[in-house]
Design a protein around this ligand. Sequence first.
Ligand code: ZN
Length: 393
Amino acid sequence: MAKRDYYEVLGVPKDASESDIKKAYRKAAMKYHPDKFANSSEAEKKDAEDKFKEINEAYEILSDPQKKAAYDQYGHAAFEAGGPGGAGGFGGFGQGGGFGGFDFGDVDLGDIFGDFFGGGRSRRSQEPKVHQGSDLRYNLELTLEEVAFGVEKEIKYKRNGKCHTCHGSGAEPGHSMKTCDKCNGSGHIRTQQRSIFGIQTVMHECDQCHGTGKIPEKACSTCRGTGVEKEVVTRKIKIPAGVETGQGLIVRDGGDAGKNDGVYGDLRVFFIVKEHEIFKRNGNDIYCEVPIGMTTAVLGGEVEVPTIDGKSKIKIPEGTQNGKVFRLREKGINHSGRRGSEIITIKVETPTNLTDKQKKILEEFDESLGKKNYKESHSFMEKIKKFFKKFDN
Ligand code: ZN
């Protein structure tokens, strides 16, 4: 089944503000929350469940500026394997542990509205914790040529990976994990506090297992039981044609590994398109200023011009004026299979450093010129003559 547009799912316009998106999400999530369908028929339950998943998926993307930008640019393809990110786990929010593995146990009204009602207690907080690694940022410089056609780049960066000795568990090889004896595996410790409302039970993350509920029988000597160590990773990144500075891609699980056998964060790759020596870019069009000699402008001729594909030629007609624009179709940036144009602006160069002989030739030549050779100048002269007449009286 085709995926619905995320904006449509939340019922907001494309230019909705962050707070509008949040409001719409809350409203929709409240309406379809599984808790509300506990006594409904199976079909109704299933329908609400699907809608709830869809709403959460839409919100996860639209509430995150980077993911939203990717979605605005590429639609659902931004988060599919083989999409703009290409293979390699790129932006694959839809796969594996992402939305596919969405579990209602993870979200309840307390989670969604927690900040609204002043910190509702979510079910999840009573379960052992899985540490989430940090998202990382990578600024990727691209040349205009790379952007014009799309490119595959290999990037190399440092991150916290899973420890190579214990593979993330934090236990010395040959030793297994055991239930944390301090919290009995819950990851939390309850303490009782006296307050004006009476005795309140407060939960804290267990400081021995850091909320995971498990500790190694013997801590790994490489990572001292954290389960992570620094590593250098290389990733191949497929960049679609037509991207711009400020856009980017998300490499799922490309970030730091979470401690204590946690999950990976994402790598956010930001594109920076470098300035080009010859070309300027505007959208999918490429602009280039080409100087030509005065004589070529007068007599006409063929001029070689640079394009992003290589050399090309344009015909300069006789009597070409400074600033004349030529459009070379299909020589611009490729974007979704369609190419923009290259816009060439002719700059007629006035020769300098003339010899006396050259100046004399020009003067003789100029004397031979008349009205019909300088149409624009003459018509302008006529206009200003008329204009100044007003001041004569
Ligand atoms: Zn280790």
